[in-house]
Write a protein that binds this ligand. Sequence first.
Ligand code: GLY
Ligand code: MN
Ligand code: MN
Length: 454
Amino acid sequence: MTNTDQPTLLHAHYATLQTFWESVLERTGFSAIVLGAGSQQFHFHDDQGPAFRPNPLMVQWLAKQHIGENAWLVVRQGTTPTLFFHQPDDFWHAATPAPMHLSTHMDIQVFADLDALKGRLVQEVSKHLEGKHRVAQISERDDAVTDRCVLNPPNVIHALHFQRACKTEYELTLMRQASEQGARGHKAAEAAFASGASEFGIHLAFLEASSMNEWQLPYGNIVAQNQHASLLHYQYQDRKPAAEMNSLLIDAGANVDGYASDITRTYVGPRCYSAEAASLFEALLVRMQDHQNDLINQVTPGANYVDLQAAMHRSLANILVDTNLLACSADEAFDTELTVPFCPHGLGHLLGIQVHDVGGQQLDIEGHVAPPPAPYASLRLTRPLTEDMVITVEPGLYFISMLLKEKRAANAPINWSLVELLTRFGGIRIEDNVRLLPAGAGVENLTRDAFAKV
Ligand code: GLY
Ligand code: MN
Ligand code: MN
């Protein structure tokens, strides 16, 4: 029995979901919420398509690795939800198992015939549409339920997205497992790199050790050697080992029953082109690790991530000045936003069912939004931090020719000979996933715990 089989965890998860969803029904005046899992999409003029990814809210309710197409869930007040589960007779594909282990938490009805399922669904929904009642339908397309449903009403969506930031203990258990599988993959990737593997070889080592099929990954693995590490979401993988191996930046995570880890590590390579450059890069790696620890220590309920983003740039200014990459004071570097091209992405984001989980810029259940301030336009997390959120903390330092070129043209006080020395290392990112504990108790670092365990 895994931890997630524990009935008490599941029971508490469903109690939290049911209570919150009932409060949304109460507040918005809908008599039911109908969730559609969705169905397989296809490439243009093709009978093939991307792997099916169900509606994330359905993942929250079912927390299963496999959720079949065309499943529907009806949530109402005062009673457990009803799941309409499609399990066609099919000799092309294996049947998706119905989640019968959830039958104490929902009424599960399994249908081989899709028309029969839809007929029962319409019947069920119609019961909640009598008189002045309205039903909210949350699905990608409006093809299955009566057109009297309100499709994707913003007031319902905002509330459900806002709530997803704070995880139940059941969700945290899945995320710990995803962290452990990710850590196994990362350890294998590090060993493969040390023995001279190509980007592709490292990718395969990650998949095998993390036990992930490629389609299960929460996002495409970023396996970037040398200058590729300066491309924040580098998407290819060289098949041949590189002639020089200066650095590896690997950003890769695992997925357990729909919940993600998102982990980045950066290493100095086994065949650096220059010993001087390697020792400078190594010194930067050490500084960046301390820098990440400092930032994690500031993560606490009530903290504002925009302030932490600014703190990241303040520390980056110190690092760049201390290592002579910038020929000005740290204050000047920070005030003139000279650190921004060295780290043009946000410090982190919410993590959960989606790698960039929804609601990071949302201030409340009504959907008021806090856009990031101008110099930090890529920051995905601007809402105040609260207990039981899971967020990433991922400071970076890159040598991105495209961005630095502009600074060169503007005569910025940058030590170009050192930049040149380091360009072939691409950059550094160190990314952990942390859960906020009550104020004063620090964080649970899912990533560090997982690396220590596996
Ligand atoms: N893996 C994408 C990110 O770290 O945001
Ligand atoms: Mn991330
Ligand atoms: Mn990442």
